[in-house]
Write a protein that binds this ligand. Structure first.
Ligand code: NAD
Length: 447
């Protein structure tokens, strides 16, 4: 077996005493519902226990620092007044201003945004950029909107949340349901209301390049996932050209992962999105699929593949499975149907705690979200510095810095996991939470 003897996969190499701890975590898990916040709190609590944090520090770091719900009532084209809940959460800013995307979906909740903001705190810490964690949400389905209507909502969100956004407070970026164009409107909305052409400092990342965005930001998360997968294959002495890959999600992250991993020689044999799933054991034609999705809006109906229900994507036998869609997708209900060697979490919190534990028992190697999909926030950091210094970075430079950082942090997490007999999630969380705690103590605890 390719994983034999590698302590990083857990199982036999746990430190003594962890048996009891696992039992404790088990009891707690029974009270957890499937959801981003529960998953994030669970992962934090485990790290906090290993780091031996006392209760008051634990609560301070668990946060969040600020959690806001705002009602906006923009008038949409056509004259209808809409009533929309929007959220902004700054989870922790011990390491710097909060950084994290804007999620726009019909069912996003304040709890989701809090969990995602927490994830960002660990992600920015782990990938070593001077930011804390934040996130925002707009509770509306963007698929139902014309471009004009979406712009109205984005601008209304920014006006409502303006005082919580800024280079030293919280800097948003794209996430599910939002894109580069929306970030351009945000940049304009802020400079317009300040009566100036540019903003004073970086208020938003993931902007169009023409407005001070950085080249390569749109692809950064997906490319980062692929760099991490390549690093893992190298460690395990697996030949990427022999790997069969399955991807859930064909949006910003999933579509870039698919295109990039095929360039490396791997075969993508199944892809799912919200409309359905397509399978081709000989390898999907990613270019043709992308073109098809651009035309019809989803993968369903793509001719050069077998069409199946979207949930079936997790049952396809493969070497590498990449969830790059939503949270809480790998659960107790489907975890035992998964047939893969490696899971690389492109999405945030795609695996519930109980499923995580089962994957671990099944010796399936999991590369955690806070490492795997951190390429986006790393390049956002480059955009922030570029804008602050009025610099212009070339694509080659961005790519090189991204590749180096992903490789370096992968090695750090992998080596730490091996040394301590931890899973990669446990190792990543311990490093990330440890750094935030160090910053909290360095700042001092007195008011
Ligand atoms: P997106 O909106 O561009 O794409 C989401 C994709 O997932 C779409 O193809 C959609 O159809 C599909 N999808 C949604 N629900 C699904 C389901 N139940 N089953 C199958 N497919 C489903 O979003 P994105 O920006 O690609 O983000 C995807 C994930 O990656 C999210 O968890 C996000 O938080 C995370 N992430 C994104 C970035 C980024 O830079 N965009 C950075 C880090 C993490």
């Amino acid at each position: 077996m390719y994983m034999k003897g590698r302590s990083v996969v857990l199982g036999n190499n746990r430190p003594e005493g962890l048996g009891n701890f696992r039992q404790g975590a088990e009891i707690k898990m029974q009270h957890l519902k499937n959801g981003i916040l529960q998953t994030s709190v669970h992962n934090f609590e485990r790290a906090a226990t290993r780091l031996n944090l006392n209760e008051s520090i634990r609560r301070k770091v668990l946060g969040p620092a600020e959690k806001i719900e705002i009602k906006i009532n923009p008038v949409l084209p056509g004259g209808k007044v809409s009533n929309i809940s929007v959220f902004v959460v700054r989870h922790n800013d011990a390491l710097g201003p909060a950084k994290g995307g804007i999620r726009m979906t019909s069912n996003v909740t304040l709890d989701d945004i809090t969990g995602l903001a927490m994830e960002m705190t660990w992600k920015t810490s782990l990938i070593d950029v001077p930011f804390g964690g934040g996130k925002s949400g707009i509770c509306f389905d963007p698929a139902t909107l014309s471009l004009d209507a979406k712009e109205v909502i984005i601008r209304a969100f920014i006006r409502g949340a303006r005082r919580h956004i800024g280079p030293e407070i919280y800097i948003p970026a794209p996430d599910m349901g939002t894109d580069e164009m929306d970030m351009g409107h945000i940049r304009d909305c802020i400079s317009y209301s300040d009566g100036i052409s540019i903003t004073k400092g970086c208020f938003v990342t993931g902007k169009p390049v023409i407005l001070g965005g950085i080249v390569g930001r749109r692809e950064a998360t997906g490319k980062g996932v692929v760099y991490i997968v390549l690093a893992m294959c190298e460690k395990l002495e697996l030949d990427i050209t022999e790997m069969q890959v399955v991807i859930q999600g064909f949006g910003n992250v999933g579509s870039v992962v698919a295109a990039e991993i095929v360039k490396c020689g791997a075969r993508v044999i199944a892809i799912a999105d919200i409309t359905g799933a397509v399978v081709n054991p000989n390898g999907l034609d990613i270019e043709a699929l992308s073109q098809y999705v651009r035309q019809v809006g989803g993968v369903k109906g793509f001719k050069k593949a077998t069409n199946v229900e979207r949930a079936k994507v997790f049952e396809v036998d493969c070497d590498i499975l990449i969830p790059a869609a939503a949270d809480s997708q790998i659960t107790v209900e489907n975890v035992n149907k998964i047939k893969t060697k490696i899971i690389a979490e492109g999405a945030n919190a795609p695996t519930t705690p109980r499923a995580d534990q089962i994957l671990n028992e099944r010796n399936i190697l999991l590369i955690p979200d806070i490492l795997c999909n951190a390429g986006g926030v790393f390049v956002s950091y480059l955009e922030y510095t570029q804008e602050t210094q009025r610099e212009q970075m070339a694509l080659a430079q961005v790519k090189q810095r991204l590749a180096e950082r992903m490789q370096q942090r992968f090695n750090d997490v992998y080596d730490f996991a091996e040394e301590k007999g931890l899973t990669m999630r446990e190792a990543a969380m311990e490093i990330a939470v440890g750094k935030v705690v160090e910053a909290v103590f360095a700042r001092g605890l007195l008011p």
